[in-house]
Design a protein around this ligand. Sequence first.
Ligand code: ZN
Length: 275
Amino acid sequence: MELDLDGGRLLVFVGGLLLFAAIETRFPARPWQESRMKRAFFHGMVAALNTVIIRLFIYVPFLLWVVYIEEQGWGISRWLGLDGWLEIILSLLVLDLFDYIWHRINHRFSFLWRFHKAHHADNEVDVTTALRFHPGELILSSLSKAIWVVIWGPTPIAWFLFEGLISLCAQFHHSNTDLPDAIEKRVSRLIVTPRFHASHHRVDPQYGDANYSTIFSFWDPLFRSYSLAPTAPYGQLPPEVIGLAEARDRSLSFAAWLTEPFSQRNRGSSSQKGL
Ligand SMILES: [Zn+2]
């Protein structure tokens, strides 16, 4: 059972990566500044390190925790007696709302921002950016998810679907894809699109501290954090508007990425983070 789930997860992950890499190659929104091979190699190393850390410290304890919660019958979903597709759909919505809140908190508090910043220190946004998370952020977000899971009480199947969907959606909305305007307009009402999320990677805090949604896009308009940066024709967006002003020179440095949370340069953050 576990092998099948593992195989399925790997297939979705690698399949999504290749699919969105092919789509962004065919319909790019912005020209790449760096060699794509260099970016893929750098973010591949990040993903390899994160996979080891997740396997060692997170994956099995978390799975056991979700199963244990279900056995105990804990969580709002269990108390309401939800099951079947209704439980799965509501769990996807509620867990995605939790992710929206967590992402927003990451931008608000400097301790969490130190870790999340390693993701935003990329000077470009493409499908490989979806791999670029600091292991510290992954551990902290797993701890927060462990609490949210006990509050809501999703079934293990809903949890697995949510995790698979998160992975695919992150690859999609980080991809450097230019959707036609008509499709973009319709899809972005429900799902976070590349244009919606590329705006979140802008240096300008008016856009960088907005658009926190992960799967469903309606949380931002609902909670008044929606702000979409104006688009520019292909090749006309100045490269310095994406990323972090204070991290431009070390976007693809492994040592700088790993030590980002402990860097003194955090004090100069352009976004004025609180405690
Ligand atoms: Zn962010």
